[in-house]
Design a protein around this ligand. Structure first.
Ligand SMILES: CC(C)(COP(=O)(O)OP(=O)(O)OC[C@H]1O[C@@H](n2cnc3c(N)ncnc32)[C@H](O)[C@@H]1OP(=O)(O)O)[C@@H](O)C(=O)NCCC(=O)NCCS
Length: 221
């Protein structure tokens, strides 16, 4: 019988392939169905990655809650008040005219942070991220009557501390005049502005809105 000892290279190969066969047989006997937490739409089955239909991470993860005085900050999407968020955004300078449907879709696909005074929503922000390398902060606001009480700073601190947003290489945001607020969380003007590019469609919400109204003239705002 050739056990491979007389031919060292061949022997090693035979031993390796036997080991591999034993490993594969052992795995085949042990059903392993493991959800990979970092790759949401995939299952690991016998070391083969198989795409399956699963909700995005931002929808399936448990909500986190923080407390400060009488206020609660929560990442629970179910608690968000679309009327409050849309009511603010559709009037603000950066999203003027945005429709309720687009706001709802943006919430659906973001990690959202709501601030509540009892059940009343008084603040909001959302983060668009791959949860590995990059995050973009958008739609930050605190309702007028609650401003100047530290809620904006707290909101930013909670965002920056969120466990799924750690170790990212780059964060970004756009602001007209709140640079001082974001500077407190480490934001600066871009180090190399010349490397940034963007494609910006300033009137998109107005165009979409008039298009929709043309198709449904009975809908009035
Ligand atoms: C910006 C905003 C979220 C701040 O919320 P807030 O609860 O009033 O903020 P805080 O009480 O935590 O204080 C904010 C800090 O940032 C500073 N700051 C810098 N620029 C600011 C700005 N444009 N507006 C408010 N605060 C600003 C404040 O001076 C304060 O610093 P201080 O504590 O050293 O005085 C709130 O004013 C708001 O919703 N504004 C309208 C929407 C908006 O502009 N959002 C930002 C879009 S990028």
């Amino acid at each position: 019988m050739d056990d491979g000892r007389s031919r060292p290279w061949g022997g090693k190969l035979i031993a390796k392939s036997r080991m591999l066969r034993r490993t594969l047989l052992r795995r085949a006997r042990t059903p392993v169905l493991q959800i990979m937490p970092s790759a949401n739409c995939q299952l690991l089955i016998y070391n083969r990655v198989v795409p399956v239909a699963m909700p995005p991470a931002t929808q399936s993860e448990p909500a986190i809650e923080y407390r400060k005085d009488e206020f609660v900050l929560s990442t629970d999407r179910e608690r968000l008040h679309l009327d409050v968020i849309n009511g603010f955004l559709t009037e603000c300078y950066w999203a003027k005219g945005i429709s309720r449907e687009i706001v709802a879709r943006s919430i659906e696909n973001s990690l959202c942070f709501g601030i509540y005074d009892r059940n009343q929503q008084v603040g909001f922000a959302r983060v668009i991220s791959d949860f590995a390398t990059y995050a973009y902060i958008a739609d930050v606001f605190v309702l007028d009557t609650y401003r100047g009480r530290g809620l904006g700073k707290w909101l930013m601190q909670c965002i920056m501390q969120h466990p799924r947003l750690q170790g990212l290489r780059r964060w970004s945001l756009v602001t007209d005049d709140a640079h001082g607020l974001y500077a407190k969380s480490g934001f600066t003007a871009p180090k190399w502005p010349e490397v940034y590019m963007e494609r910006y469609d300033e009137d998109i919400y107005q165009r979409l809105d008039s298009h929709q109204q043309a198709r449904s003239p009975e809908i009035t705002k």
